[in-house]
Ligand binder design. Structure first.
Ligand code: ADP
Length: 213
């Protein structure tokens, strides 16, 4: 079973896709954004950095990720939000080499900026179980307004899901993350998906990761 790296612009809906894949298959999801938001609860500098839309320093993110990966036993995982820079990709390659793991497939979700802005301003998240909802798309809307279907917690907007902060996150993406597409294309492991529908994206990914679907 191939590990998956999901590369996409901010607010592309990576979290929703990862959740659908984990429900369908035996994957563990590793979101560096979730790890950082959890750490930021006890770290005001980190919290401010996340609110600003800027990237967290490579070695900080990598250390958190590495300790998480070291705890995983032989189970396939999906990396959501990592790598975000070429330096992170290189650090990760070195980690794979030293631990005898394989890279797997890299999926690049190509989504238009106008669509991302619509998504970012209508996305809400459960602070307890982390389930993500869209107030715009009825397929992903909560059954009861602003209440989590699964654990009944009150849903929240993410602090960095404001349009001006989104612009900063998008600039970081263009500058740092987009060049990774060529990095992985050169390795022959990058697959482009231009679909916008989460279920269609999941079924396309399913056909790429060695399953008998
Ligand atoms: P999105 O993909 O919608 O921007 P994430 O939850 O993946 O949301 O990331 C939220 C924030 O966490 C980013 O704006 C950035 O500040 C930080 N972050 C997450 N992953 C990384 C990473 N790999 N490297 C640096 N910063 C990161």
């Amino acid at each position: 079973m191939n590990n998956i790296i999901l590369l996409a612009p901010p607010a592309a809906g990576k979290g929703t896709i990862v959740k659908l894949l984990c429900e369908k298959y035996n994957y563990v999801s590793i979101s560096t954004g979730d790890i950082l938001r959890e750490k930021a609860k006890n770290d005001s500098d980190l919290s401010e950095l996340l609110k600003s839309g800027k990237l967290v320093p490579d070695d900080v993110v990598f250390n958190f990720l590495e300790s998480k990966l070291n705890k995983l036993d032989n189970i396939s995982y999906i990396l959501d939000g990592f790598p975000r820079t070429k330096k992170q990709a290189i650090m990760y390659d070195e980690f794979l080499k030293s631990t005898n793991r394989s890279l797997g497939v890299v999926i690049y979700l190509d989504i238009d900026k106008d669509e991302l802005i619509k998504r970012v301003t209508t996305r809400v998240i459960c602070p307890n179980c982390k389930k993500i909802y869209s107030l715009r798309d009825e397929k992903f809307a909560p059954k009861e307004y602003m209440i989590c279907d699964d654990c009944s917690s009150h849903l929240k907007y993410r602090e960095d899901d404001k349009e001006d902060i989104f612009e900063k996150r998008y600039d970081e993406y263009l500058k740092n993350t987009l060049p990774l597409i060529n990095y992985y294309k050169d390795k022959g492991v990058c697959i482009l998906i231009s679909d916008y529908d989460a279920k269609a994206i999941v079924s396309r990914i399913s056909s790429l990761v060695n399953y008998n679907d």
